[in-house]
Design a protein around this ligand. Structure first.
Ligand code: LAN
Length: 757
């Protein structure tokens, strides 16, 4: 069946499994080498960038490559396509801003062009260098054909992101070369068809060998190599699915873990239990020779279970975990893993994966668990199972194409999150009633209306999910995981617009109450909020953190960012609906603000877990304090927070924090100088706190205006986001939304200064 011609504006849903017919499948699970020889992706120098289109099916992103000239002509590239692909937009210069509000207008003029057909803003969401390998290895072992245009741009992206000197890869795009990054990305390049004797591969391999070879990679990389058959399973520390059979009251039972580690551990444990390996191919045989410093047949696999390069060892395994691993590998596995127990554990693990399939239509939580689940389903059911094919199809939603090539995003997008901030930027500038921005805002509101989650998941208790009715996810309702701050930011944006004259009430009171009811479930005993769920166990669980490369991954923690978002959403709601659950809301807000105070560091700042780092979290914390009337003048906490930020302001008026701050817990300056995003965060914090010395703020505002381009845009600078302390992640839309918010706030607070900044 030929792919039907379409264009970005006609956002009809793609028929289920259409890809099964366009990306030809291998007809049987016979000799992959044979098939691979026929189907091995051809790698070209590059693809023709005028043929890529981003398709937006009600928020589901997929990049299409239009090989057919006619199809390309019928579906022209939009500004957004061209912008994401790094193609020239040829936009005229806008009138030079006379003041900050004009700068916001120019910014909006540009940003409006990036709004996607279903009303949201999207963007690349890359940064981590271990996600694309998850997708590609899963494709390879499940014999999912990789089209030449994917293979070509994967190669281009990974070559573009190789370290300029040693040719290796790090944990994330700005990180130093590590065994994790190099093992996984070298493997990926080989699997998409790059030859081992390509000069860049020779260089990368030499670096890998200097790092000790693949035996020195962390647990997650060893697991993927075992699945691929490049390593033997004995090199992988045990991941027993039996843990899922533990009664819920056990303090370390997996349902208490952070949702991401839970969802990654699940497929990991299933394949570990089965010691499943992909069908052997020439490439796999060759990788065994390429990736190790020792002779493959002589490697002491079990002896290397705990071998790890120091650069990858951000969170060394504790004595407790080492002891448990030893017992599991040497006593539990050989003696106690009797067949009935093993099958029961494997069956239950698969049942939990099936519930995740049902709840997300085979998309899954994020870019690690999705590909892993695909391999599990394939291992159990073979290639023609519906869920296998649906996973193969939906994996495309994790991919993104940019000027450097094709990468994998951290989630299936940033749709609801960035759309909420875009609306708030317009609101903070006082422009929501300006008819110029009405169509854009209305589309954004319609999008949030469409994306509100209307029901809890099926079998909520059985699969240990959090209540989610009335919530918004970070990306879209397909993924469907409520996050405290994503619900809050979206809810605020909806309330703001629906209370603005001229906007329709698309979301009625009952649906707003649903969101509030869910939000109230996020209250932690100490007053704070976490991300997906309230913590289900203490931080002692980090003793069992086996991932080595990440910190703070085992359980939920308390975050000033999430806490603030909830506080401000509840405050706004309470203003408009003073009667609904009023007591609880007041109690929630007071408790949360009290917690924010206890979370302040001795230097006056707050540590951020999702943005870099103290600048990000201090902005939120100062807003929390301001929401109950605590500002620079009347609150010692607010004053200390402002003084902290001011102490970090640079000569040119900007702020600049390096990602190392997230790893070390100390404020560290970025060597490349002031950054617009951090400057905006600091300014917003100061303005929320009513910092009285205008000149310092005006200096930062001037920097934001100077950095704005004549067409209204801001250029990409250093990476903005982080997770699990060690891994950075890009939020490219922040360079629009936060500077516009800061400029807009300034123009409202100092209306007379419009022309003098
Ligand atoms: C995200 C992205 C959004 C982010 C915010 C909403 C900004 C935050 O305030 C709460 C946490 C949340 C939802 C978040 C959690 C961790 C994610 C999902 C990510 C940083 C995007 C990618 C990351 C995920 C864990 C990547 C997969 C890696 C593993 C270690 C499993």
């Amino acid at each position: 069946m030929a792919r039907k011609k379409t264009n970005a504006a006609s956002a009809d849903v793609e028929p289920v499994l259409e890809k099964g017919s366009t990306r030809k499948r291998f007809s049987n699970a016979g000799d992959l080498d044979h098939a691979a020889k026929r189907q091995r992706p051809e790698i070209e120098e590059r693809t023709d960038y005028s043929r890529w289109r981003l398709r937006d099916d009600h928020s589901r992103h997929t990049w299409k490559y239009l090989e057919d000239d006619e199809a390309a002509k019928n579906w022209p590239q939009t500004y957004a396509d061209k912008y994401f692909l790094g193609l020239p937009l040829d936009l005229p210069d806008l009138p030079k801003p006379k003041g900050p509000l004009d700068a916001v207008r120019n910014g909006l003029d540009f940003f409006e062009k990036l709004q996607l057909p279903s009303g949201h803003w999207g963007c690349e969401y890359g940064g981590p260098m271990f996600l694309l390998p998850c997708v590609v290895i899963a494709w390879y072992v499940t014999k999912t054909p990789i089209p030449w245009y994917y293979a070509t741009e994967i190669k281009n992206y990974l070559f573009a992101r190789a370290h300029p000197e040693d040719g290796g890869w790090g944990l994330h795009i700005e990180g130093e070369t590590s065994a994790f990054g190099t093992v996984l990305n070298y493997t990926t390049l080989r699997l998409v068809g790059v030859d081992a004797d390509h000069p860049k591969m020779v260089k990368a391999r030499a670096t890998l060998h200097k790092l000790g070879g693949a035996t020195h990679a962390p647990h997650w990389a060893k697991w993927w190599l075992a699945v691929l058959g490049v390593a033997k399973w004995d090199i992988v520390n045990p991941v027993p699915p039996e843990l899922w059979l533990l009664p819920d009251w056990i303090p370390f039972a997996p349902w208490r873990w952070w949702i991401h580690i839970r969802q990654v551990f699940l497929p990991m444990s299933y394949l570990w239990s089965r010691q499943w390996q992909a069908e052997e191919t020439d490439t796999i045989r060759s990788l065994r020779k390429e990736m190790f410093v020792e002779d493959w047949d002589k490697i002491d696999w079990a002896g290397h279970r705990n071998t790890i390069h120091p650069r990858d060892n951000y969170h060394p395994k504790t004595w407790l975990l080492n002891m448990m691993n030893w017992i599991l590998a040497n006593i539990w596995k050989p003696i106690f893993r009797v067949k009935p127990l093993v099958s029961k554990a494997e069956d239950w693990a698969m049942k939990l994966i099936e519930m995740e399939n049902d709840n997300t239509d085979c998309l899954d939580l994020a870019t690690v668990s999705g590909p892993m689940n695909l391999v599990c389903l394939y291992a159990r059911d073979g290639p023609d199972n519906y869920a296998v094919r649906r996973h193969q199809e939906r994996a495309d939603e994790f991919l993104w194409v940019k000027d450097e090539g094709l990468l994998a995003n951290g989630t299936n997008g940033v749709q609801c999150w960035d759309t909420a901030f875009a609306i708030q930027a317009v609101m903070d500038a006082g422009l929501t009633e300006d008819p110029r921005w009405r169509p854009m805002l209305l589309k954004a509101l319609e999008f949030l209306d469409d994306q509100q989650i209307r029901e809890n998941v099926k079998d909520q208790d059985k699969c240990y999910r959090q209540q989610r009715k009335g919530a918004w996810a970070f990306s879209n309702k397909d993924q469907g995981y409520a996050v405290s701050d994503c619900v809050s930011e979206a809810l605020k944006s909806v309330i703001i617009l629906q209370k603005t004259p001229g906007f329709p009430t698309l979301i009625d009171d009952q649906r707003i109450f649903d969101a509030i009811d869910t939000l109230l479930t996020y209250k932690n005993p100490g007053g704070s909020c976490s991300s997906y769920e309230p913590p289900r166990a203490g931080s002692w669980m980090e003793m069992l953190n086996a991932a080595e490369v990440f910190g703070q991954i085992m359980v939920e923690y308390e975050y000033p960012e999430c806490t603030t978002a909830v506080v401000t959403a509840l405050s706004l709601f309470h203003k408009h609906w003073p009667a609904h659950r009023a007591k609880e809301i007041e109690h929630f807000i007071n408790g949360a603000v009290a917690w924010i105070k206890t979370n302040q560091k001795p230097h006056g700042g707050w540590y951020g877990s999702w943005g870099i780092c103290f600048t990000y979290a201090s902005m939120f914390a100062l807003e929390s304090l301001a929401s109950t009337g605590e500002t620079y003048k009347n609150s010692i906490h607010s004053k200390r927070g402002c003084d902290f930020l001011i102490s970090k302001q640079r000569e040119d008026g900007g702020w600049s924090e390096h990602y190392k701050a997230c790893e070390t817990g100390e404020y560290i300056e970025h060597p490349s100088g002031s950054q617009v995003v951090m400057t905006a965060w600091a300014l917003i914090g100061l303005m929320k706190a009513k910092y009285p010395h205008k000149e310092a703020i005006a200096k930062g505002i001037r920097l934001l205006m100077e950095r704005q381009q004549p067409n209204g845009e801001w250029l990409q600078e250093a990476i903005e986001g982080v997770f699990n302390k060690s891994c950075m992640i890009s939020y490219p839309n922040y360079k629009f939304t936060f500077p516009m918010k800061a400029l807009g706030m300034f123009s409202k607070i100092y209306p007379d200064e419009e022309t003098t900044v």
